[in-house]
Design a binder for this molecule. Structure first.
Ligand code: NAD
Length: 212
């Protein structure tokens, strides 16, 4: 994977570049102008040129950038070339939906094992993968040498699950439970909360209505 000298804001935009360029190439395009790319991404064309020049040389701005070359660099930077295996703990409404979503594989993540504490679920299959008892988590993580864990358990259970993950060697946690996890230095936690997006949208709605 490449080491990049790019700003954090550029890095945050890379998945959006990936998605947009992937769609353009599937629609039969080989080159794209910064104006068109900016339009599709709702950002300024100047910003697009600045972002792309920090990633490499993909052609001239006036002629259009070579889409395949940009995608190749993004594959590398975003780690999509090497699939990261993850374990998923908590196979309830959210966990099942996450597991059933085929799109993560495209982004380089494969869910290798599923865990739950509910004896009704343990031993059953979800899309062909058996749900294991959470007491197996440490052993399986160590055996498969998995580095990423996804937490989709209720809030009260999340910290204990994170502790076992860390003990087993997990160094990246994608946490969906509404809890601030305490983890040792060197373990990365990414909290995901759809409610944050909803709050922003509700606030936008209030502002819009005030203007009417
Ligand atoms: P759910 O009750 O449907 O599923 C939770 C699952 O976790 C159950 O299968 C349960 O048996 C299992 N579980 C409980 N304790 C466990 C443990 N110690 N080890 C292993 N498995 C355990 O709940 P849900 O609706 O799927 O929500 C799951 C979590 O995700 C909750 O914390 C919820 O707040 C959160 N959530 C977050 C978002 C978001 O935007 N981040 C959205 C929805 C739900």
């Amino acid at each position: 994977m490449r080491r990049l000298e790019v700003s954090k804001s550029t890095l945050m935009r890379l998945p959006l570049y990936y998605r947009t360029l992937d769609r353009l190439i599937k629609d039969g395009n080989r080159k794209v102008l910064s104006e068109r790319l900016g339009e599709a991404m709702h950002i300024d064309a100047t910003q697009v040129r600045r972002d792309l020049s920090s990633l490499g040389d993909f052609g001239k701005a006036g002629v259009g950038y070579d889409i395949e070359s940009i995608l190749e660099v993004l594959d590398d930077i975003l780690g999509f070339k090497n699939t990261t295996e993850a374990v998923l703990v908590g196979i309830g409404r959210l966990g099942s939906a996450l597991y059933s979503y085929p799109g993560f594989q495209k982004y380089g993540m494969k869910i290798a094992a599923l865990f739950d504490v509910d004896s009704e679920k343990v031993g059953t299959n979800l899309d062909g993968t058996m749900i294991l008892d959470v007491s197996e988590l440490e052993r399986v993580v160590k055996r498969l040498n998995v580095q990423m864990g996804i937490i989709a358990v209720p809030d009260f259970a999340a910290q204990a699950v994170a502790d076992v993950m860390v003990l087993a060697g997990i160094v990246a946690i994608w946490n969906f439970a509404p809890v601030n996890l305490v983890v040792p230095a060197g373990v990365h936690v990414r909290d995901e909360d759809l409610a944050v997006g909803l709050t922003h949208l509700s606030r936008d709605l209030v502002i819009m209505n005030e203007k009417i």
